[in-house]
Design a protein around this ligand. Sequence first.
Ligand SMILES: [Zn+2]
Length: 305
Amino acid sequence: MQTNNRKENNVILITVDLEDWFQVENLRLAYPFCVWDACEIRIERNTRELLDIFDDRGVQATFFVLGWMAERCRGLVKEISERGHEIASHGYKHQLCSALSKEVLREDVCRSKALLEDIVGRPVFGYRAPSFSITEHLVEVLGDAGYFYDSSYNSFALNKRYGRANSLFHSCNSNLMISDNGIIELPVSNLEIGGQTIPWGGGGYFRFWPPRLYSWGVTKILHERKLYLFYCHPWEIDPEQPQARQLGWLGRFRHYVNLDKTLKRLEQFLERFHQNSFISCQNYLRCQDAIPTESFNQVAGFLTH
Ligand SMILES: [Zn+2]
């Protein structure tokens, strides 16, 4: 991977939720957990395409890896880590946190953390909830399980799957929040215009909006906050993936809009913003003075064992 020698003030955090096409919440009815083993795994080729464009552009990203997928693609997870990216957790079974009891949630986040650490031989610091379904229990469980940060808060209020957990945190600075039990929250970026929140963090919104308009919004966010946190998925660059039947028009639109254009758009996006620093969430947090040293030392101590 190229080293990013450009030292600008603005930081872009590229994050990838590492799950395959059939594991998306939107398709849960068509592909419940019990049929996952029968579905075609397409994640390896799609992820390697992402890794190649990240290499070309000097991007260090954070991959929030689903435990179920990591068990079946251990070599891919290892490769991502060896190519200089951060491995973080996306839980094990991709169930909404809001639908789980505290004990089941605890088992899910602990299982995925242990599994990923076993594969890459390094501590896992971060977690992202499926569909940004952050809850009070999640923050508590993450603290108990030894996570350092979370990136599950999305301030767009109109998506009912997204958790409303901002009251669980106090502001650390304009981009970070912290909970009483020391979990740092790195929220997904959105656009604020006239008191309204417009989803602008990536995923389907990145595929939907025209690229020039999208770039305008990102420029505005960077101007105001000096940080932009983006998310995407390997299946979003795969127009050849199997098509789910029995999906309503909205679900179909959400999942399939512009899949054939996304890889190109992503390359253009990285080129358009190449003067910014693309670093992992972990490395961004390490640079922030606002992080309480006792939290950091606690995790850093783990590194030395
Ligand atoms: Zn997900």
